[in-house]
Design a protein around this ligand. Structure first.
Ligand SMILES: [Zn+2]
Ligand SMILES: [Zn+2]
Length: 174
């Protein structure tokens, strides 16, 4: 998913182009890496400012049941792309103070797919859940409880055992 910004780099500062995804688009790309939304590219003094909101989904592992699922993500993109070569002279440019910034490669293209991947990594929750009420795995036998109960007795957290005694009146002195 590469955007050619060669022409836009020759335009005046402030010129804007809009790209939308997810309506028509390349179906093969979508199957592999679904994207829906809109971005704007604005010519800046140094390069091109990308802004917009994109919805995508990535394969993630549920932190409770360890199953893989598709995590939907909304990415708010705001990034200045810096060219690696001068668009009129072809001379290489470097931006030492901008390490890690998104770049426009020497063919004056910007890899949106890579940018989305980087944003998706940051947007991914620390503990992804395949669904809000994921039942997780049985701590005794490892059975995926989303598929139904296992034959183990309902486990009691040892920290809660004294509480249970209180409730049931066991172990009371006097
Ligand atoms: Zn799960
Ligand atoms: Zn079990």
């Amino acid at each position: 998913m590469v955007i050619d910004v060669c022409e836009q780099l020759k335009e005046r500062i402030g010129s804007t182009r809009h790209y939308s995804f997810g309506r028509s688009g390349n179906s093969q790309d979508e199957a592999d890496f679904p994207l829906q939304g809109e971005i704007s590219l604005t010519r800046t003094e140094r390069g091109i400012l990308v802004t917009g909101v994109l919805n995508t989904r990535v394969e993630a592992m549920c932190s409770r049941c360890l199953g893989t699922f598709h995590q939907p993500l909304t990415l708010k993109i705001e990034e200045e792309l810096l060219p690696t070569v001068d668009s009129s002279t072809g001379a290489p440019l470097s931006w030492p103070e901008e390490e890690g910034a998104f770049i426009i490669n020497d063919k004056q293209e910007f890899d949106l797919g890579e940018a989305v991947r980087q944003y998706a990594l940051l947007a991914l929750p620390m503990k992804p859940l395949c669904r809000e009420d994921c039942a997780g795995l049985c701590p005794t036998c490892g059975h995926n409880l989303n598929l139904g109960p296992c034959s183990c007795a309902a486990p009691i957290d040892p920290r809660l055992a004294p509480l249970k005694k209180l409730v049931t009146g066991e172990g009371k002195d006097g």
